[in-house]
Design a protein around this ligand. Structure first.
Ligand code: NDP
Length: 375
């Protein structure tokens, strides 16, 4: 089948077989922003499995994970996902394309794809072991994508999928929250002004929860406009002091890490199923530093011992992880199109400005999301 795609046809020197290429930002080794390289000759992504689709990327969202992956964060675990039998040489992931969020248009569907058609507008969060969206095309599985909200432009839509899938996994799958049980819940979000926080505030408010947020003083108005009921400025002094005098919480989402788990679990209602879910875990760092087997063992022992320790105080301690999910994005799309969740795009960059976009994410102090317009 011939694709009407804007890709170039050249002949590879080694096999003399025709090979399609596309423009992309790639890295050939891990490092700082200098390793980002623009090329017009990145390999065109091919459909390998019948449930996959080729998406023409219109916009790509960036996240702190992209900055981490540029520097090699998570490389050991991602290699295992890409090459479970460890058949390939080290470094076989290069040239690596970053970018974990995409909004675009389907150009081709594998034979088993039923729910999507060519020319459908879709959005998706891209698993970190797959090639990313800082490219003209990306290949994803049908179960990882979802129809894009009609009310959003591609640039707006690209600001949501990764943070939405992360928040969904942490709050719904791990935290046990849903639109039907949030009405009487008090939720504390530690770190409400970034990508995950701004999405989580809106989703929880749409579900009727009472939401308290910690953030810098200069973000207070911003998070209130997204729906936060109470805001605590963490820069004004030890943040746990004003939080301790408040009514206790049913769930805490920790986007901050560090010493939060030393004091935050005491803010939960004991013996009624309350949960502390942190997104800041040492899992990938452990596997990078100790190798897969030892790193996973250490991770398991750490999380199990912490969960057990806190269980004796009547509260649940959990780690939250991003999980790609088209069905979760379908639910989010309904909320977006119903006006319950809006994209929070802090800054947009053109495709030629990808290094500047990385520098923006790397400097921290996010107030929502950074998005790259690919076309
Ligand atoms: P962002 O960089 O978008 O946002 C972080 C926000 O936290 C910024 O607005 C920052 O603003 C604020 N902040 C920093 N320090 C504090 C503090 N002590 N108290 C309150 N707010 C603070 O990150 P994301 O929202 O995308 O991600 C949040 C965390 O979750 C990151 O650590 C990320 O790595 C992790 N994560 C983990 C995933 C997983 O699978 N486990 C998946 C996705 C994210 P300011 O500095 O101005 O206060």
């Amino acid at each position: 089948k011939t694709l009407k795609l804007k890709c170039t046809c050249i002949f590879s020197t080694d096999s003399s077989r025709a090979m399609h290429v596309m423009p992309a930002w790639v890295i050939d080794k891990y490092g700082n922003n200098d390793v980002l390289r623009f090329t017009r000759n990145a390999s065109f992504p091919l459909i390998t499995y019948p449930n996959e689709v080729v998406i023409k990327v219109h916009a790509a969202g960036l996240n702190p994970l992209d900055v981490g992956m540029r520097g090699g964060y998570g490389a050991a675990s991602m290699s295992m996902k890409r090459d479970p039998l460890n058949l390939k040489q080290s470094g076989s992931e290069f040239p690596l394309i970053l970018g974990r969020e995409v909004s675009g248009v389907i150009m081709e569907c594998g034979l088993d794809v039923k729910y999507f058609r060519e020319r459908d507008e879709v959005w998706a969060a891209i698993p970190p072991w797959k090639q990313g969206s800082l490219a003209e095309f990306v290949v994803l599985s049908g179960n990882e994508i979802s129809h894009k909200p009609k009310s959003l432009s591609h640039t707006e839509a690209a600001a949501i999928p990764y943070v939405a899938a992360t928040a969904w996994s942490a709050l719904v799958n791990t935290g046990g929250l849903s639109k039907d049980n949030c009405g009487n819940k008090r939720v504390l979000i530690l770190g409400g002004s970034g990508g995950v926080g701004t999405f989580s505030i809106q989703m929880l408010k749409a579900w009727g929860a009472h939401v308290t947020v910690t953030c810098s003083q200069n973000a207070e108005r911003f998070v209130r406009e997204l729906g936060a009921d109470h805001v605590v400025d963490y820069t004004a002094g030890p943040v746990q002091e004003p939080l301790r005098v408040m009514e206790k919480f049913d769930l805490i989402l920790d986007n901050v890490g560090g010493d939060t788990e030393r004091w935050a679990l005491s803010l939960l209602k004991p013996w009624c199923g309350a949960k502390f879910v942190t997104l800041v875990t040492p899992f990938l760092q452990n596997t990078d530093q100790m190798g897969l087997a030892d790193g996973m063992m250490k991770t398991f022992v750490t999380v199990a011992s912490k969960a057990l320790k806190h269980l004796t105080s009547g509260v649940h301690y959990r780690w939250g992880f991003f999980a790609p999910s088209g069905p979760a994005l379908d639910e989010v799309r309904s909320m977006v199109d119903a006006g319950q969740i809006r994209p929070v795009v802090e800054k947009t960059f053109s495709f030629s400005q990808v290094p500047q976009a990385f520098a923006k994410v790397e400097e921290g102090h996010a107030r929502g999301k950074t998005v790259v317009q690919i076309i």
